[in-house]
Design a protein around this ligand. Structure first.
Ligand code: ATP
Length: 249
């Protein structure tokens, strides 16, 4: 029997003071090595979903299994498997890149030679090997995003969650990040990522899950979804048709 990398069922999260749940019954399954995009208009519930999938936030109800382990009952035992690249930078601006990465590496239990080798691998992968001794607050926006990715992969997680990893950066850094994600995925890393950029999705993802108002609207392979809707010339048109909304406000 093959074990799924991720299996989530009926996830619900209702923030206090809000009229309706941010996430209202999301189901999701990923085979090991799959790369999927979680899409939805602003406020659809993407960040809340990815926060629950990565065990950062506990759902009000539902189940979550990562590589066969009940992640709600034993979050500590699955955290080593998980990498997170959050929308907000997870880096200390006054520390150098190497200091930041050592901090994250140690949190994941790395030390000594293994930590230094992992640091080298993550900065090489993200093209930052020449700037490890520079403080983060001297980096461009694109370099910060790449450093954020380096921090998320320092412990070579099996499942990587990325919340808008390419938002607001220059074309070169975006290209580099997409190339990195493709390489990591080709090497076997399972990935769930959110984005507003449809052209990325067509290039990168095997499957998309579109959510709106905390529920799944549609999911499937990009090609199959487009074939089901021949009236839509682009994924962007399909998205608008399915949700009645633009990807951005
Ligand atoms: N900490 C919070 N407290 C209360 N409400 C919240 C909180 N975080 C998110 N929300 C609300 O929950 C809903 C879903 O938000 P979420 O950030 O998950 O959506 P999103 O799809 O990631 O949006 P965006 O594309 O704008 O990042 C929104 O209505 C948002 O205002």
């Amino acid at each position: 029997m093959t074990c799924l990398a991720l299996e989530a069922s009926s996830l619900v999260k209702h923030y206090r003071g809000q009229n309706s749940p941010a996430v209202n019954g999301i189901d999701l399954s990923l085979q090991a090595g799959e790369l999927i995009a979680l899409l939805g208009p602003n406020g659809a519930g993407k960040t809340t979903t990815i926060s629950m999938l990565s065990t950062l936030m506990r759902p009000d109800s539902g189940t979550l299994t990562l590589h066969g382990v009940d992640a709600l009952r034993s979050p500590q035992s699955v955290r080593r498997l998980i990498g997170m690249v959050p929308q907000e930078l997870a880096l200390y601006p006054s520390l150098t890149l190497a200091e930041n990465l050592r901090f994250w590496g140690r949190l994941y239990g790395l030390s000594g030679t293994h930590l230094e080798q992992s640091l080298t691998a993550s900065v090489t992968m993200t093209g930052l090997e020449d700037v490890t001794q520079r403080r983060i607050d001297t980096f461009s926006g694109g370099m910060k995003r790449r450093a954020n990715l380096a921090a998320g992969i320092i412990h070579q997680p099996q499942i990587l969650f990325l919340d808008e990893p390419t938002v607001g950066i220059d074309a070169q850094s975006r290209h580099q990040i997409l190339t990195n994600l493709r390489q990591l995925n080709a090497d076997g890393m399972t990935m769930v990522y959110t984005t507003h950029y449809m052209e990325e999705v067509s290039q990168l993802c095997q499957r998309v899950v579109v959510i709106d108002e905390g529920r799944e609207v549609v999911s499937g392979a990009v090609d199959a979804l487009m074939a089901d809707h021949p009236e839509c010339a682009h994924l962007e048109d399909l998205f608008l048709k399915l949700t009645g909304k633009q990807l951005r406000d």
